[in-house]
Write a protein that binds this ligand. Structure first.
Ligand code: AN0
Ligand code: CP
Length: 317
């Protein structure tokens, strides 16, 4: 595997989940694969889970790991070509990327949507520069439009906890004080569609996702209706995708918060969220603390999804 960005990169999902569950019970069985191989993780944005779980996965595989927080200690990077660099940016991405590539065998990149230019975000300009100029396999650790390590971990978690072959999975928008990217819901939708679950997306009008990701998912604007008979409720905030509101907050309607009352409409559903989560905005204390909440096993599976991805990249080197 040369890159990991979209669901297609992982191939057959049944095989990928099977591999994940095998790795989960034998985390150190492939320690030889990463010997003398170096992973570089580049963060343009904050992280708790991605940083720790991906590093742990790499260490399970015997890799060395270097982490660069671009905004803490590195030179400020210019990303646009043709700019007269007379401002506060000391280095251009076009030199920085091949330099980074020269120190490692695999690169993970976290670079969120900037909401300055929708086309730049949705063309994944930064990620594609890493792919083009690093000379190394690149995987997304949440980029402008996708978070596949999260969606893969979510899929593994659903497969572990589902009671029926084809569960009803509901992705619900929920309120948040800041404008957040669409990357998590985009990837979640892409992976749930690929898994062929009974998949429903619910959000206030104006929060439609890029159809490239939402695909054939059933869109239901009434949250209560969407939640009926759900087996899994996946909450997430995102900002608007559609023009002219790209990156804007259109609603902070607290009636969309996932509460015990909302969960009572479901088929005793499990609650999921990628974390970090704002309690009593996205989800009530009661729901996230309930025995139906999967937020901790879901986060723990980030180590497993990262390990499958790194293993496959190492196998292809
Ligand atoms: C980010 C987001 O919504 O994309 C990261 C989630 C994994 N969340 C925040 O910035 C709070
Ligand atoms: N879910 C997730 O990616 O968390 P972090 O932003 O903490 O890495």
């Amino acid at each position: 595997m040369r890159s990991f960005i979209n669901v297609d990169d992982i191939g057959d999902l049944n095989i990928a989940v099977k591999e994940a569950l095998e790795l989960k019970s034998n985390r150190f069985g492939y320690k030889h694969l990463g010997e003398n191989k170096t992973l570089l993780m580049v963060f343009f944005n904050s992280s708790l889970r991605t940083r720790l779980s991906t590093q742990k996965a790499a260490m399970n595989l015997g890799m060395n790991v270097i982490v660069l927080d671009v905004n803490q200690g590195a030179w400020k990077l210019e990303t646009e070509r043709g700019v007269v660099m007379d401002g506060d940016k000391s280095e251009h991405l076009l030199e920085a990327i091949p330099v980074m590539g020269s120190y490692c065998d695999v690169i993970g990149v976290r670079s969120f949507a900037r909401f300055e230019n929708k086309a730049d975000d949705y063309e994944e300009k930064i990620l594609h520069q890493f792919i083009k100029y690093s000379g190394k396999p690149v995987f997304a650790m949440e980029t402008a439009t996708v978070h596949p390590l999260q969606a893969f971990a979510d899929l593994i978690t659903i497969e572990e906890f589902k009671k029926v072959e084809r569960p009803k999975v509901v992705l619900t928008w929920a309120p948040h004080p800041k404008a957040l990217p669409q990357a998590v819901p985009n990837s979640f939708a892409q992976w749930m569609n690929a898994a062929e679950y009974d998949f429903v997306i619910t959000h206030p009008e104006g929060y439609e996702l890029d159809p490239k990701f939402s695909g054939n998912a059933h869109i239901e604007y009434n949250q209560d209706k969407a939640l009926a008979e759900a087996d899994f409720v996946y909450a997430k905030n995102w900002s608007a995708y559609t023009d002219p509101n790209y990156g804007k907050i259109l609603s902070k309607d607290m009636s969309w918060t996932v509460t015990t009352e909302k969960m009572s409409l479901t088929n005793n559903a499990h609650f999921m969220h990628c974390l970090p989560v704002r309690r009593n905005m996205i989800v009530s204390d009661d729901v996230i603390e309930s025995e139906r909440s999967l937020v901790i096993p879901e986060a723990a599976n980030r180590e497993i999804s990262a390990q499958v991805v790194l293993k496959r990249i190492l196998e292809s080197l």
